[in-house]
Design a protein around this ligand. Sequence first.
Ligand code: URA
Length: 239
Amino acid sequence: MERIQKIISEAGICSRRRAEEFIKEGKVLVNGRTANIGDKANPEKDEIKVDGELIKLQRKVYIMLNKPEGYVSTTKSQFGQKTVMEILKGLKERVYPVGRLDVDTEGLLLLTNDGKFANNIMHPKYKVKKTYFVVLDRELSRENYKQLKNGVEIDGKVIMADSIERMGKRRYRLVIHEGMKRVVKRLFSQMGFRVRYLLREKIGGLSLGKLPKGKWRKLPKKETELIFSDDLLSSSEKS
Ligand code: URA
């Protein structure tokens, strides 16, 4: 059982405060009876109407997509580009991407209709680490490694890599918890490099695994918890 205003706001009808106003105005019916402030209902079973409109509760879904390049990670595209939503055709629930990957970036993108979950992943407080496979235009020098560990200033903010590891010729694995838009490309650009290829392998402890490019799958709630698994939070969070 949950408070009615919470159910209404989570169904995306309006804010919690506005929902309270609807209740006060007598515009909310639960199973045909006018609701009062403080009433609770079962969102799975009870029929809730707000101002005559039956609210449809969406089951919370968590989608992992291996985004191919050439798709924008928004629900609508501004310039007629393909959006990741086209890949998710067939999915009944309305979901939206958690954060962004650039149009030419590939890899792990999460989509959900759970606002709280999405906020938590993106909130700086949780410092969720993202792991990227990066191909650069040239090799990093010893000095560059130091720079990445000590921090590089972007727009007045010092951005540090949690780790950087060489994977092959001009190939690196970068772990970073900073959530700034286009952070990886900006970081390397600031150091005089160009990112030739970028793929997100992991978010927190959740990895793409064997999911092929262009494919998606639903994540059981339990698996989503990997994102926040403690050993993957940054050391500054733990201290
Ligand atoms: N950093 C970038 O520069 N691009 C992405 O798509 C993700 C992180």
